[in-house]
Each structure stands twice: as C-alpha cells, then as structure tokens.
Design a protein around this ligand. Sequence first.
Ligand code: ADP
Ligand code: MG
Length: 233
Amino acid sequence: MIQIEHLSVAYQQTLALEDLSLTIQGPTILGILGPNGAGKSTLIKAMLGLLPHSGKVLLDQKDLGQVLQRVAYVEQKTAIDFHFPITVRECVSLGLYPHLSIFKRKSKEDLQKVEDALKLVNLLDLADRQIGQLSGGQFQRVLIARCLVQEAEVIFLDEPFAGIDSVSEDIIMQTLQTLKKEGKTILIVHHDLSKVPAYFDQVLLLHRKLIAFGKTEETFTKENLHAAYGHEL
Ligand code: ADP
Ligand code: MG
C-alpha cells in the first residue's frame, strides 16, 4: 500500500504539485494522466524522494525514499547514454545490483533471472547487441527487463510508450499485466487517452492538484477529463 499525504512540490517560481493525498492499494496498474506540465513527472520524482517536497509518501508505513530497493523507476526519455558501450544482456544485468555488489560474482540463479527477463520482453535474439543499435521501442523493453530482474514490488514508468512502435508497446503491456498478476503495483505516466480503459485498472488525473483518482470506469469520465485538460482536450 502506498500512502501519499499532503504532498506538495515547489520549484523556484512554480508550485508544481499542491497538497495531494491518496492511497494506492496494489496489486494494480495505475495510469497517471494530465496535460503537459500538470506535474506528472514531478509527482513520480517526489514520491521517490528525488525532489524536495513537503508531505509524506509511505510504502507499507515506511518512508518510500528509505526503501528504494523495493522500487524500480524508468524515467521519462531516459538519461542513460544510448552510446554507452554495453550489450542488451549487460544492461539488463544492471538491475541485479540493488541486491548485489558489482564485485560479487553473479550466481547461476542471477544469470537465469536475466535470461528470463530477456525472454519475457522478447529480446533474447538481440541479447548480444550493443544498446546503441536498438530502436526506441527495443531500448524501452531493455529498461523494462532491467526492472524485472530488480524484482521490485513497485514500478514507476514515466511515459514508457512515447515514440515507440506498437509491437514494443504490446509486449511491454503484456509484461506489466504478468507482473501485476504476481502482485506488483505499477504506476505509469501516460498521455494517449485512447488506450486508458484497456491499460489501467485505476487512473489518477492531475493538474497541479489532484483532479480525480479511482477505478478507471468510475474516474475516467468526460467531466473529470475536462477538469484536468480543459481546452486541450
Ligand atoms: P508533466 O510531467 O506533467 O509534463 P512536470 O512534472 O515535468 O510536468 O512539470 C510540472 C511543472 O513544473 C511545469 O510547469 C514545469 O515547467 C515545472 N518544472 C518541472 N521541472 C522543473 C524544474 N527542474 N525547475 C523549474 N520548474 C520545473
Ligand atoms: Mg513529464
């Protein structure tokens, strides 16, 4: 269970998030929606403790920023250097390190976890390719596989489908459904409203303040969308 209590974030001039309070019960796939600049990325970063904020974010009663080993995060347009000379398999292996010192030899079990993750996102064929030689969608699948081997309970994805092919999008969404069945909680910042009912159990509509939060069928309504998006809709 994730509890957000009176969360606010201010950048120098901008109040980006104002007094959010809500409780997320997992397992679930939650869509975080709202127009550009609504504070979606800010919300994720504040939840992870990456930004100064007021208020609290708790994962099972503990400060979420203090239990980051239980959490995986793929940031928006990832900062990972695409040209960094490592292979797909090596990049996925990096997910082992929250649990493993880089100096420790990987066990057979760890190596198997990497192979299983590569298989799930359909990248076994490309495992030895350099990450700089992938399409955007393939690279996004590498990042999802890295989350898988990390075995996090909560996964944060910031616009994972931006600019990727529909095959990759389908593979990622199927993978996330599998993870949810295993008991995980997945939070996805998303902007394609047409896919919302198909993808998300719950939605959170944001526009600096919390506009609405709850089951998709109850929350993803015209009124709430207008309140969040206004003229942009
Ligand atoms: P979203 O992800 O919903 O598009 P963001 O969370 O990135 O929105 O941004 C929310 C608001 O905060 C926007 O007005 C944006 O311009 C502002 N903002 C984001 N990051 C910074 C920053 N590092 N410094 C100052 N303002 C920022
Ligand atoms: Mg953003």
